[in-house]
Write a protein that binds this ligand. Structure first.
Ligand code: ADP
Length: 654
């Protein structure tokens, strides 16, 4: 044999995760069965999909089923399938490690949550710990599997401590067998080897699994009259009943998406969601649709209640399951949902689909495109009509992902724009829609003012907004990196143009020309002093109380975008910005006075630098030379205070 028995250590993350699962999910022990059945059903889905292009792969093992074998005496329960199975490497890869990259961060988050009181089983559930949940009830788990097309099997075994063993073994047929050696049963604990306990769990959690879940059951039945042996008086000799073993199917295999809405209960919807999503929480909403017309199809879509912790766009896990006439074709069918709805789970059952074509060709298929269009339309309807509180929850979880649709889906841009929510300078911390903003615009206001940045608090108090606030104009505060692309692609909402509050001239009022002339020479001097940092020095159209701020020209990249680009490792030429100064501020007049008295006064250099640094600090940036910054401020404070105290005659001797 190629692989001798080996003992391997679990990756550290797995060990920590196992501990967490066992300690935190003890209150939901029965879900182990649902998870194992789900895995078995997925494995059958996979072989069935493969057999469409490789019919020989099934051999004569063509009757798909999942079998549960309880053994009361030995306290074991086996879940067995004739799905795709796993090779040696797949076992090590899938069962010995946790593939997702966010594992460590995830466990840290769970432990953090635990410290703060109470652990959230849901949090773990989102991560899909499926197989490991066996250890809630089992002291030892043995997995024996044989991959389709392989001659030998693999045996994996662990007691859920630090290590597991793995070796090659003989296995007669294709598929996977998971054997749980149950822990000592607690007083109030149900007996997982009991027929009725098992039936109850299967009914509750796995009724709609589309393959039969079977179990051998023993029944006492009357012996048929003609088989009974009787004595000469016609009295039966021995028993008139006998015990027989029958294989029974425990689930109804109802394809709930093909039923009408009135026939499906909320619980059934929720359980089905958990089955296809591997989530442990109920979904936020579902959409059950039957399309009738030239082509007919059914769809059942779900919005999860939370963004999975490990959600990344590239590694969406299950997505849309495609069926045709209730026969599973493939899961994670991305062509039916755009990236910005990548968190949606569901089933689409389209009888007219051509099954013999590849994913790539399906994508071009007119029917697929048509289904996609209709599903999107219905999803937008659902979201637009969702009650406000629920929608808020939706947006908090998925808003940032939804926004990806603005630059990527031209056809639905307007509908997505309607769904966006932002904080504004007047929303008092709440999120409002762009429609709300437009509805309460000032009568003569033509534009939607916005500002982008990281921190809503810094934005709220940004000097760029002083003039706008003075005129009581509302400003949208955009704090998602993707918002930069959202405004660039939207450009307008309900015919009102988006205008950046930190770029270009706000056009509110022109600075007094006489003043501009008076400051001309002084500003040229400042521009020369700061020529490495700014491209111009101008009288401000933004400021009212502050001394200075930095602005861009209308088509410049915003400061936030520049920061994002740099943070994501993209090379960008630093964009020089414009230093705007508040010519109505007495400090500017004073510095100008110093300049006019003596252009070589060393203080001038400090003041110039300070005007620039103050603009940087006000937008939450970092000054280049913080110690010089604080020294200059210190000195100016000392001078100002001394002057004041002197004037009131109470100077302090130092
Ligand atoms: P999940 O099912 O959420 O991916 P699990 O820990 O339950 O997480 O399973 C990990 C992986 O192990 C699965 O994705 C699958 O590839 C493999 N696996 C588990 N059970 C089976 C099975 N019965 N047959 C084949 N592969 C399986």
């Amino acid at each position: 044999m190629e692989h001798k028995k080996e003992t391997r250590q679990f990756k550290t993350e797995v060990q920590r995760l196992l501990k967490l699962i066992i300690n935190s999910l003890y209150s939901h022990p029965e879900i182990f069965l649902r998870e194992l059945i789900s895995n078995a059903s997925d494995a059958i889905d996979k072989i069935r999909f493969k057999s469409q292009t490789e019919p020989g792969i099934l051999g004569n093992d063509t009757e798909f089923k999942i079998k549960i074998i309880p053994d009361r005496k030995n306290r074991t329960i086996i879940v067995e399938d004739n799905g795709i199975g796993m090779t040696y490497d797949e076992v090590v890869e899938n069962i010995g490690t946790i593939a997702q990259s966010g594992t460590k961060a995830f466990i840290d988050a769970v432990e953090e949550a635990k410290k703060k009181g109470g652990l959230l089983p849901e949090l773990i559930g989102q991560f899909g710990v499926g197989f490991y949940s066996s250890f809630i009830v089992a002291e030892k788990v043995t997995l024996i599997t044989r991959a389709a097309g392989s001659e030998t099997g693999v045996k994996w075994e662990s007691s859920g401590d630090g290590s597991y063993t793995v070796e090659e073994t003989a296995k007669e047929s294709r598929g996977t067998q998971v054997i749980l050696k149950l822990k000592e049963r607690g007083e109030d604990e149900p007996d997982y080897t009991d027929e009725w306990t098992i039936r109850g769990i299967v009914k509750r959690h796995s009724d709609f699994v589309s393959y039969p879940i079977v179990m051998d059951v023993e029944r006492t039945e009357p012996i048929p009259e003609h088989e009974i042996i009787k004595d000469k008086d016609g009295k039966p000799i021995g028993s008139t009943t006998r015990t027989v073993t029958r294989e029974e199917t425990l689930n109804s295999m109802k394809a709930i998406w093909t039923k009408s809405k009135s026939e499906v209960t909320e619980e059934e919807y929720n359980e089905f969601y958990k089955h296809i999503s591997h989530d442990w929480d109920d979904p936020l909403a579902h959409l059950h649709i039957r399309f009738e017309g030239t082509t007919e199809y059914n769809a059942l879509l779900y919005i999860p209640s939370r963004l999975p912790f490990d959600f990344t766009l590239r590694e969406r896990r299950h997505g849309i399951h495609l069926y045709s006439r209730r026969v599973f074709i493939m899961d994670d069918y991305r062509e039916l949902m755009p990236e910005y709805f990548g968190f949606i789970y569901g089933v689409v059952d389209a009888p007219d689909l051509n099954l013999n074509i590849s994913r790539e060709i399906l994508q071009q298929d007119a029917l697929v495109r048509n289904i996609r269009k209709n599903l999107l339309k219905r999803l937008f309807d659902l979201l637009e009509n969702m009650d406000a509180e629920k929608y808020e929850r939706f947006f908090a979880e998925f808003g940032a992902i939804l926004k990806i649709g603005v630059p990527t889906d031209y056809d639905n841009r307007e509908r997505i724009a309607k769904l966006l929510r932002y904080r504004t300078t007047k929303s008092e911390g709440k999120l409002v829609s762009l429609k709300d903003y437009v509805d309460r615009m000032k009568p003569d206001q033509e534009e939607i003012y916005y500002i982008t940045g990281e921190n809503p608090f810094t934005l709220m108090n940004s000097p760029h907004l002083e003039r706008l606030k003075e005129r009581d104009l509302e400003v949208v505060l955009m704090t998602d990196p993707i918002d930069e692309w959202v405004v660039q692609h939207l450009r307008q909402f309900e015919n009102k143009k988006f205008t950046s509050a930190e770029k270009g001239d706000l056009g509110l009022d022109k600075p007094d020309e006489r003043k501009t002339d008076q400051f001309g020479e002084f500003f040229s001097f400042l521009k020369e002093e700061l020529k490495d940092k700014v491209k111009d020095v101008k009288p401000s159209t933004h400021l009212k109380d502050s001394l200075s701020c930095l602005t861009g020209e209308a088509y410049d990249m915003s400061a936030y975008l520049e920061k994002i680009m740099r943070a994501t490792g993209q090379k960008t030429e630093p964009v020089k910005r414009v230093l705007e100064l508040n010519v109505d501020h007495p400090a500017i007049a004073n510095i100008k006075f110093v300049f006019e008295k003596n252009r070589t006064d060393p203080l001038l250099k400090d003041y110039t630098q300070l005007l620039y640094d103050m603009a940087v600090v006000a937008e939450g940036g970092k000054v280049e030379d913080p110690s010089r910054f604080s020294r200059t401020i210190g000195r100016i404070m000392a001078e100002a205070i001394t002057a004041e105290e002197l004037m009131s005659g109470e100077a302090i001797e130092v």
